[in-house]
Design a protein around this ligand. Structure first.
Ligand SMILES: [Fe+2]
Ligand SMILES: [Fe+2]
Length: 262
């Protein structure tokens, strides 16, 4: 099973750049073209939030129109830049169900969760959501499972998102710790590729599609972003029953070369 993950596309109105400089619609189109040419084709593409930059209907429609070119089925969860209700309305309940949902068609179970806290940049999971998740996990405790959720529940040494926090991360952690079949928690939000062990599983955050956060481990500078080549993640559930993650960058590479000739 092959899962592509696109995150933090921050799409704005047609003909505009995000924050005036980032050509996110072009970047998304390039990624879609790249994903469509993959062999094998992804069974599913997950958009892990901040699909739009300002949460408007116009932006969501623009994103939806760009994504019609994607040849694999895709699913959406909201991020803090989105309005969850607008995404569900524009994409439809089949692509962006309101609230949390389970996709159980393939060998890996996919559980999408809404971590948005309207009007706030940080993440939030309620006690009811944690209980719902526990019930869903208890239904299939042996099947490999991925949880996809916009906000990483672990601090990633990124000043802005660490300070914004994640209300209910402990509740989520307690549920996750009770199951050994959670292969990964896939997130977006921080615009950097990060892996962190958390409550017996691995949290992976995807890079943004061309708005890379400046890495500042001193955690003293204000958050800034750089325009970089767009990219996305490929999560491959192999015949050996391992989930392998590849980071794909659309940077033009030279090659291929053979190892033995050099
Ligand atoms: Fe974002
Ligand atoms: Fe975000």
């Amino acid at each position: 099973m092959l899962i592509a993950q696109i995150s933090d596309t921050h799409i704005t109105a047609p003909g505009t750049n995000t924050c005036g400089v980032a050509p996110m619609a072009d970047n998304l189109e390039r990624c879609i073209t790249h994903i469509n040419q993959l062999e094998p084709k992804p069974d599913v593409v997950l958009l892990t939030g901040d699909v739009t930059n300002g949460g408007t209907v116009e932006e969501a429609r623009h994103a939806a129109q760009l994504l019609t070119k994607l040849e694999s089925p895709f699913y959406v969860i909201p991020g803090n830049h989105d309005a969850a209700g607008v995404l569900s309305l524009v994409f439809g309940e089949a692509v962006c169900p309101a609230g949390d949902y389970v996709l159980d068609n393939g060998p890996v179970r996919l559980i999408g969760m809404d971590s948005t806290d309207p009007g706030k940049p940080g993440g939030k999971i309620t006690a009811a959501q944690a209980e719902w998740l526990e019930g869903q996990l208890a239904n299939e405790p042996d099947k490999p499972t991925i949880i996809f959720i916009h906000h990483p529940p672990v601090k990633c040494s990124v000043i802005e998102s660490d300070e914004d926090g994640f209300i209910g991360a402990d509740l989520l952690g307690q549920v996750v710790a009770g199951f050994s079949n959670i292969e990964r928690i896939l997130c977006g939000h921080i615009h950097l590729l990060v892996h962190a062990r958390w409550h017996g599983t691995i949290v992976t955050t995807a890079p943004s599609m061309g708005m890379q956060l400046g890495l500042d481990l001193t955690m003293e500078k204000e958050a800034e972003f750089y325009l970089n080549q767009p990219g996305y993640l490929l999560h491959y559930w192999t015949k050996h029953k391992n989930l392998i993650t590849h980071a794909v960058s659309l940077e033009s590479a030279q090659g291929p070369y053979r190892f033995e000739e050099h």
